[in-house]
Design a protein around this ligand. Structure first.
Ligand code: UTP
Length: 472
């Protein structure tokens, strides 16, 4: 205890012991356990770099920025030799048990304002299935289709781990084998005020916040999840976010391109819907693939067009990746020299004032440190990007209203079903925005992509009438 205390004194963080003598034995041990986790050297360098430094270490030379290359979606995948080759390789890998699914669900979902883990949020138009149920059913249906068990890693945080696990238990793992769902908690970082001092949340607790979705790399390694994948022979990890029910989790085309390209990390891109859409941009800088956030890319670059009038930086990043298991170990393992950088996020962090009273700040009062998974791309060998069709890949639930909200997501799910029905010759009535007027839904257990839907539909001896409440 003395040496631990001395370390905090030497690091200018002695205030964390201010109330120590007044605490119960239990509180004392809890605080000490928390303090043991803090890497004070790392914290000092983060404070120096992200809080006190006047120079911007991440400044980008935009004149050197080029759009990233990607495999564009062909007019028809089925008749495209390259895409069919990729599909075959991907299917073989999935059947051989080489693919695992991985959702990052440790975020706090503050924009949605839902008082539970985001994965519990009900998103589907007819059955009101939760995000977790949609993902589980997609994985279950792929397991059946390929005759293999597909392990699913679920990254939680210290805040939402217990309710997330309880939800899976209560729902009997949505039909998945319990042993195939592997939960782990992401790491934590201390939050600091604008003077670099660790924020005290209470007299016996420092403020610790999740280390960002990029924390998943070290989280997978520290928790042993990566060893479990190794044991099962999984070497391709299908990474997705908890807020996007359209995600095509088990996509043989994507897996095939990843394997064919001997890629350590592959990504899907979606063509930006409009120049200033708030997504990351896939670019190359000094020969390295990189994602530049919309907030870091001047508007003139976001709006730049080529000689055909097409957006130059069109490739939007939608947080869909395949990670090679060895690559995760290389970056996330303890012995690694190459680590993801941290970024600062200014936040309202509850604290206790100098008199020990709890305060909920109205405006940001400090920063938390986060890693971003896409920062791994420049470190990956032979990264590959393929294009995805937005309507079958991406409609996140981020905000309570407006763009990327439960309503837009529900509409996009209905539009997907209408498109699939149209392909098999069934017309659905739509409003002036192309959104079906009726609530319609297709379970991933019936089909999770257009090809499978057409096959499953054609196999039905009696076709159901498509009307409000239609559910297959
Ligand atoms: P977001 O950037 O949308 O953040 O996360 P968020 O915390 O969920 O939501 P807001 O910003 O507070 O509204 C994108 C994905 O990364 C995961 C989230 O769960 C989501 O799937 N994530 C984010 C983590 O797993 N851990 C983190 O520390 C941050």
């Amino acid at each position: 205890m003395q040496t631990l205390k001395q370390k905090f004194i030497d690091a200018g963080q002695a205030h964390v012991f201010k109330y120590f003598d007044s605490l119960t034995d239990e509180e004392k041990s809890a605080l000490l356990a928390q303090l043991e986790q803090v890497d004070l050297d790392e914290l000092k360098s983060l404070n120096d770099e992200l809080l006190f430094s006047k120079t911007e270490s991440t400044a980008i030379d935009f004149t050197k920025l080029q759009p990233a290359e990607y495999a564009p979606l062909p007019a028809d995948k089925i008749s495209d030799a390259k895409w069919q080759e990729a599909k075959k390789i991907g299917e073989d890998a999935i059947k051989a048990g080489r693919l695992g699914a991985f959702v990052v669900a440790g975020g706090q979902g503050t924009r949605l304002g839902f008082n539970a883990p985001k994965g519990l949020y009900k998103v589907t138009p007819v059955k009101q299935k939760s995000l977790f149920q949609v993902f589980a059913e997609k994985i279950l249906s792929a397991s059946k289709k390929y005759g293999v068990s597909i392990p699913w890693l679920v990254m939680t945080s210290h805040i939402n781990d217990a309710p997330t696990r309880a939800f899976f238990e209560e729902n009997n793992f949505f039909g998945l084998n319990k042993n195939d769902v592997i939960f782990f908690k992401q790491g934590l970082m201390p939050a600091v005020d604008y003077n670099g001092k660790i924020i005290m949340e209470s007299k016996s607790k420092i403020a610790m916040t999740p280390d960002g979705h990029g924390g998943c790399l070290r989280g997978m390694c520290r928790s042993g999840a990566i060893d479990e994948l190794k044991k099962r022979g999984v070497d391709c990890i299908s990474y997705f976010q908890v807020d996007n029910p359209l995600v095509n989790i088990i996509d043989p085309y994507f897996v095939g391109f990843h394997i064919l390209g001997k890629s350590e990390m592959s990504s899907k891109m979606i063509a930006k819907a409009y120049a200033l859409e708030k997504v990351g941009h896939f670019c190359t800088l000094d020969g390295k693939l990189t994602v530049v956030e919309y907030s870091d890319l001047p508007n003139e670059y976001q709006e730049m067009v080529d000689e055909n009038g097409k957006l130059k930086f069109i490739a939007g990043s939608v947080a869909i990746h395949i990670l090679d298991r060895n690559f995760v170990e290389k970056l996330g393992g303890g012995a690694s020299d190459t680590k993801l950088p941290f970024h600062r996020a200014d936040k309202k962090i509850p604290y206790i004032d100098e008199n020990g009273n709890a305060v909920k700040p109205e405006k940001p009062n400090g920063i938390k440190f986060e890693m971003f998974v896409f920062d791994a791309l420049p470190m990956a060998n032979s990264p590959i990007i393929i294009e995805g069709f937005r309507g079958d890949e991406f409609s996140p639930v981020k905000n309570a209203e407006g763009l990327d909200s439960p309503l837009t997501c529900k509409n996009h799910q209905k539009m997907q079903v209408a498109r699939w029905l149209d392909k098999v010759g069934v017309k659905v009535a739509v409003d002036e925005n192309g959104v079906p007027t009726d609530d319609i839904e297709v379970s991933p257990l019936f089909a999770s992509n257009e090809e499978d839907f057409a096959n499953a539909w054609n196999a039905l001896t009696e076709k159901p009438e498509v009307k409000n409440g239609f559910y297959l």
